[in-house]
Design a protein around this ligand. Structure first.
Ligand SMILES: NC(=O)c1ccc[n+]([C@@H]2O[C@H](COP(=O)([O-])OP(=O)(O)OC[C@H]3O[C@@H](n4cnc5c(N)ncnc54)[C@H](O)[C@@H]3O)[C@@H](O)[C@H]2O)c1
Length: 383
């Protein structure tokens, strides 16, 4: 364990150092004095003490408590984020910095932003800041930043796993083993090889590209749609074909993977009409955001068999309520939001948050790719 910790610590250092490149200009100034910083994370309870590197939970608090408190800052950490009487709500009026995470999202609404008179900085420990009303944050002059790149490998690996789980019809076999059954036919009648299948990613940014690279040795037919076409050399190296029109690409796909952020343009993009145009028997992996899908349209298409398998870790809202339709639909291999919070990812996004706080205290700029809202402007893909 000690050795694992040392390896992980050096990975964190390498990541943090990598993210310090870039020009340092001064924009976001933390006025002198003690800051009130609030972190909202998932609670680990009995699991908290099981791994010294488990920093992404309330108990681990990103491993920055001693560092913050030694500088005179106040650091409050909670998982209690919903409703008018929750712990988060109590601190909204006087906090300076809110650290939140997509895994247990603190929904930062326009109403909360209005109440947060001292708020300057919203940091996302991870990637994807759609739980924040970004327009309201921009209008209020707040800075929103995330740890871009911190968990992209974690998510791409997880997507590859989900693709294989669906293609091979793995879960019914696993359930048989637990329930004492043995029925090869019940699995084999729709278990396939991945080789030769057409896989399309909607969004080919950091995660989408890593997934395509990982899929290349499987000898699939790889397609991608994005706002931006890759440069030809990279496209050639990855071996994926660009599809300018998403509605031309989607019906060609045996497997569709979603790899773009939740924005006003992508919200509800997979509605009943679009799903109806997909191949019958299509498999969908979505680790991007739940709200890119029309929840009921996905549940209906899984029930009818039009979608033969749906897997992902993202839901709306989160935590998913007990009656969320995706818990009960057939042909699903869903999990809680987990892919981007491996221990390796936690160490990287904790280091990234610490680095940005340090820069904030010193009045230095963050690495450019981390900004989601800066000086009233939303990052281009959120506009
Ligand atoms: N499940 C998890 O644990 C987890 C972890 C990390 C990220 N994510 C999600 O994955 C998303 C992608 O992450 P990333 O690191 O690859 O981000 P990225 O910014 O590197 O890539 C996103 C890509 O989507 C494209 N895009 C944006 N809007 C589009 C649109 N309307 N049409 C077509 N393409 C569009 C962009 O051009 C970009 O290439 C995040 O925004 C987040 O929501 C989930």
């Amino acid at each position: 364990m000690a050795m694992m910790k040392r390896v992980a610590e050096s990975a964190v250092r390498a990541f943090a150092l990598g993210s310090t490149s870039g020009a340092l200009t001064k924009h976001l100034h933390a006025s002198a004095g003690s800051k009130k910083i609030v972190g909202v994370f998932y609670k680990a309870n009995e699991y908290a003490a099981m791994n010294p590197n488990f920093v992404g939970c309330v108990e681990g608090a990103l491993g920055i408590r001693d560092w913050l408190e030694s500088q005179g800052h106040q650091y409050i950490v909670t998982d209690d984020k919903e409703g008018p009487d929750c712990e988060l709500e109590k601190h909204i009026p006087d906090l300076h910095v809110l650290i939140s995470t997509p895994f247990h999202p603190a929904y930062v609404t326009a109403e909360r932003i209005k109440k947060a008179k001292n708020l300057q900085l919203l940091l996302t420990a991870g990637i994807g800041s759609d739980h924040i009303d970004l327009k309201a944050a921009a209008a209020a002059g707040l800075t929103v930043a995330e740890v871009t790149g911190s968990n992209v490998v974690s998510v791409a690996e997880d997507e590859l796993m989900r693709i294989l789980i669906l293609v091979r019809n793995f879960l019914p076999g696993h359930h048989q083993v637990i329930s004492g059954e043995w029925n090869v036919a019940g699995i084999a009648y729709r278990a396939y090889d991945l080789e030769g299948k057409t896989v399309g990613t909607v969004g080919a940014g950091r995660i989408g590209r890593l997934l395509l690279q990982r899929l290349k040795p499987f000898n699939c037919n790889l397609l991608y749609h994005d706002r931006i076409k890759m440069d030809p050399e990279l496209e050639n190296q990855i071996g994926a074909k660009f599809e300018e029109d998403v509605d031309v690409m989607l019906p060609k796909c045996d497997i569709i993977v979603i790899n773009m952020p939740l924005t006003e343009k992508t919200k509800g993009m997979f509605n009943k009409e679009r799903i109806a145009k997909l191949k019958k028997g299509v498999l969908i992996v979505n680790n991007a955001r739940g709200a890119i899908m029309d929840t009921q349209a996905v549940a209906d298409a899984c029930s009818s068999g039009h979608i033969a398998g749906y897997s992902g870790d993202v839901w709306y809202p989160q935590p998913a309520p007990k009656d969320h339709p995706w818990r009960y639909m057939p042909n699903q291999a869903m999990t809680p939001h987990i892919s981007g919070t491996t221990i390796d990812a936690q160490l990287r996004y904790a280091a990234g948050v610490k680095d940005m706080l340090d820069r904030y205290f010193k009045g230095e700029d963050f690495p450019a790719q981390h900004y989601i809202v800066k000086e009233g402007q939303l990052a281009s893909q959120y506009q």
